[in-house]
Design a binder for this molecule. Structure first.
Ligand code: GLN
Length: 206
């Protein structure tokens, strides 16, 4: 498969938040899957075109800060990124926590990138952050969930599927090749979701 031999370019949104742990998780995942990757750090709109990524990661952090930074004229990354993602429905995208909020509610006047409604900080305050095993239905196994001031999905569309469940609660939603998680997979030693992104991109990159 051509995609197996090519270097996979991963665009990582560097506006704020849990960026560097994602780099480490992507590199571990790449080694485990024997896929060669380059992580391209995205800070402004022009970084996106220069990177021409095969897959995108939107980390967690604080979505209000990310919106301010990413919509500022010095960056312009967020509007460019949302248009980039919309223009290719097969592009693999992983949004975690605040990244999931941005995908479900891009606030740029265009369609949501994930078919779900999401409520910010819906578990309560920082002290209501928690860890708990969850069912990663998309991976077909359990996964250690790390929830930090997490949002909650209020609903998801029929065109989307459940990617992860914490008890009865949906904590991961997949719309095509876009995956939104309300927890932080990069903070566990399990690289399953990052491997999913790379393997999906390898198929998409052929
Ligand atoms: N509370 C954050 C927000 O609303 C999300 C938290 C996170 O990404 N860990 O943007």
């Amino acid at each position: 498969m051509a995609g197996r031999t090519a270097v996979l370019r991963i665009g990582l949104v560097m506006l704020q938040g849990a960026r560097h742990v994602h780099i480490a998780a992507l590199q571990r995942a790449a080694e485990e899957c024997n896929i060669e990757i380059e992580v391209h750090e995205l800070r402004k709109a022009s970084d996106l075109a220069a990177a021409d990524p095969h897959a995108i990661v939107l980390p967690g952090g604080e979505s209000t800060t990310m919106r301010l930074t990413g919509n500022h004229e010095a960056s312009g990354l967020l509007p460019a990124l949302f248009e980039w993602i919309r223009s290719d429905s097969s592009l693999p995208v992983l949004g975690t926590c605040a990244g999931a909020i941005l995908l479900a509610d891009p606030q740029d006047g265009g369609d949501p990138l994930i078919g779900a409604n999401i409520d910010r900080n819906a578990y309560g305050r920082q002290s209501d952050s928690f860890q708990s095993p969850l069912k990663a239905t998309i991976l077909g196994r359990d996964f250690p969930g790390v929830f930090i001031r997490a949002p909650r999905f209020a609903s998801h569309s029929e065109s989307s599927s459940v990617a992860a469940l914490h008890g009865e609660e949906v904590v991961g939603v997949r719309t095509g090749n876009r995956l939104a998680l309300t927890f932080h997979p990069e903070l566990s030693s399990d690289t399953g979701f990052h491997r999913w992104l790379l393997e999906t991109a390898t198929g998409a990159a052929t």
